[in-house]
Write a new protein. Structure first.
Length: 191
């Protein structure tokens, strides 16, 4: 809405009226905030970026929390859906902190989920093995943070890895399985 100033008003207080009309014009154009911070524009941009970052982090955290709560209420105790998706692209999953933490807290539960996901032939599939070995190692990075006490002990994981050693014929893959066994034994012997 344009600001109309009469001649009588201009004669009474010209400086004040000019300031009012200037502020009204700025407000009408939506530039009052920019004008008020013009001397400190870099600072206000930084504050705005921080606020946007905080909002994004809050939304991400609430999404992850909601996803975890949904799986708990759906009866997905072993995170089968999560592991099924993780095996499809393990490098991506292990590169995102909140998904990597979730795997780090699974311990032996990851092998239980794998047994529920795959049949025997799929467990022995070399490509599947290459995809889930890094996840198994990640599940035992720090056994002390594993959520369920029984999953801190890698009984099912060791059973599965030793089974794979006897069933796989590829020497390179056998070596990777042996390295995974050594790594998990080393990690769990610290605890």
């Amino acid at each position: 809405m344009p600001c109309v100033i009469t001649a009588a008003q201009q004669g009474a207080a010209p400086d004040r009226l000019q300031l009012r009309s200037f502020l009204a014009a700025l407000a009408a154009a939506g530039e009052l905030g920019r004008y008020a911070f013009s001397s400190n524009l870099a600072h206000s941009r930084m504050i705005m970026r921080i606020l946007i970052l905080i909002c994004c982090l809050f939304l991400t955290a609430s999404f992850v929390f909601a996803q975890n709560r949904t799986e708990e209420t759906d009866g997905d105790t072993y995170s089968v859906r999560f592991i099924r998706d993780a095996v499809k692209n393990p490098n991506f999953v292990l590169g995102v902190s909140f998904t990597e933490k979730r795997i780090n807290r699974m311990g032996d539960g990851i092998s239980i989920a794998l047994v529920k996901i795959y049949d025997v032939d799929e467990l022995k599939n070399p490509q599947n093995i290459k995809n889930y070995l890094p996840l198994m190692e990640a599940a035992f990075v720090a056994p002390r943070i594993v959520t369920i006490a029984e999953d801190k002990n890698p009984k099912v994981t060791m059973f599965l890895l030793r089974f794979l050693q006897t069933e796989v014929s590829d020497a390179g893959l056998k070596a990777k399985i042996a390295d995974t066994i050594k790594y998990i034994e080393k990690q769990t012997s610290k605890e």
